[in-house]
Design a protein around this ligand. Structure first.
Ligand code: F6P
Length: 354
């Protein structure tokens, strides 16, 4: 996110526009928490994780009178346009803040920049943070794989992804895992347990003597708690392998949790943040509003929903309302993209095991 803040600041200042940062998102706007952003304020931030402006949840922003207060603060501060960097909540707030039905005849201009490690925003191929999170998962899994291989063990590794299994799916491929569990598959608990047990037994059969390690990546959004999953899998493995040493078939669990959300941004994330920040602020400077800067959408973008940015052939400016609508069906697992992801995984599931 810092890369986007830096790029937006530098490009706007080069165009002769004053830039301020709002700390802690919508909460900071309500608290009038503005900080000036000059060139020297953003120079070294590119390599820092998280966001130098901070972040906060702000449930009250759903209320019209709270947004009226926010608009009054912007007017008093002389702010004409906002680059809103964040996920579904932040972008929903941006859309409502600039809604002409409630903002009168001079609503603030808003252009969003997608930032969510879950990659759960519609009409963008990637959001800021996804690549860094994947690199963290891959590094952690490579380390876990050493123990798993040395001890012939099965590990279930839980990664973030509340509504969307993207991180679990892609990191399973990047890690060479044996199975990925994600909410889009919509599997019942007993089916999940059977799937894990079948995977473990298939690996053990294939590798009669050595390296019988099994790595299973589970998305947080799969509602079965990981400890219950482990207990059910262990019980079933004992039942189906009565002659095996109990310790040789016992699974281990690692929950990566917030480790996945921090750390120095990868080179690609720095580039992505910079490019999206550039495209977003240039759109604002050109008077555009209700848009999101997007990175090469993996799905068709209908002509009515957006167009390629003239400043970057890999970036699009898509209609914010269309993004929010697509996000809603994506996280419900019902969008064509969510269905394609789940279907593609079903097709390669057997191959993952080979
Ligand atoms: O940003 C989304 C997310 O990473 C989810 O995958 C996860 O459930 C959530 O954030 C955790 O949020 P919090 O830090 O508020 O617990």
């Amino acid at each position: 996110m810092n890369a986007a803040i830096r790029a937006a600041t530098l490009i706007a200042r080069a165009a002769g526009v004053d830039v301020v940062g709002i700390e802690r998102g919508w909460r900071g706007l309500l608290d009038d928490a503005f900080v000036p952003l000059a060139t020297q304020d953003v120079q070294g931030i590119l390599r820092e994780g998280g966001t130098v402006l901070g972040s906060a949840r702000c449930k009250e922003f759903h209320q019209r009178e709270v947004r009226d207060h926010a608009r009054a603060v912007l007017t008093r501060r002389g702010v004409d346009g906002l680059v809103v960097i964040g996920g579904n909540g932040s972008l929903t707030g941006a859309q409502a803040l600039a809604d002409p039905n409630e903002a009168g005849d001079k609503p603030p201009l808003v252009v969003g920049v997608p930032a969510s490690i879950d990659n759960d925003l519609g009409l963008t191929g990637l959001a800021i943070g996804v690549d860094t999170a994947m690199n963290t998962i891959v590094e952690a899994c490579d380390k876990i794989a050493d123990t798993a291989t040395a001890h012939d063990r099965t590990f279930i590794i839980e990664v973030m992804g509340r509504d969307c299994g993207y991180l679990a799916m892609t990191s399973a491929i990047a890690v060479g895992a044996d199975l990925a569990l994600f909410p889009e598959a919509g599997k019942a608990e007993d089916k999940i347990v059977d799937q894990i047990v079948n995977t473990v037994l298939a690996v053990r059969k294939r590798q009669q003597k050595r390296a019988r390690r099994v790595l299973i990546i589970k998305a947080e959004g799969v509602s079965m708690p990981v400890e219950r999953m482990k207990a059910a899998v262990d019980a079933k493995l004992r039942e189906r392998s009565p002659d095996a040493e109990p310790s040789s078939i016992e699974t281990r669990v690692t929950v990566l949790g917030h480790v996945v959300r921090g750390g120095r941004p990868s080179a690609f994330d720095r580039l992505l943040g910079s490019r999206l920040g550039n495209v977003a602020v240039r759109a604002l400077l050109g008077g555009m509003t209700h848009k999101m800067a997007a990175w090469m959408s993996p799905a068709e973008v209908p002509a009515s929903a957006g167009a390629r940015s003239p400043y970057d052939p890999h970036c699009w400016l898509v209609d914010l309302q269309a993004v929010l609508a697509e996000t809603e069906i994506l996280i419900a697992g019902k969008s064509p993209l969510a269905r394609w992801r789940a279907g593609a995984f079903e097709e390669i599931e057997d191959a993952l095991l080979l």
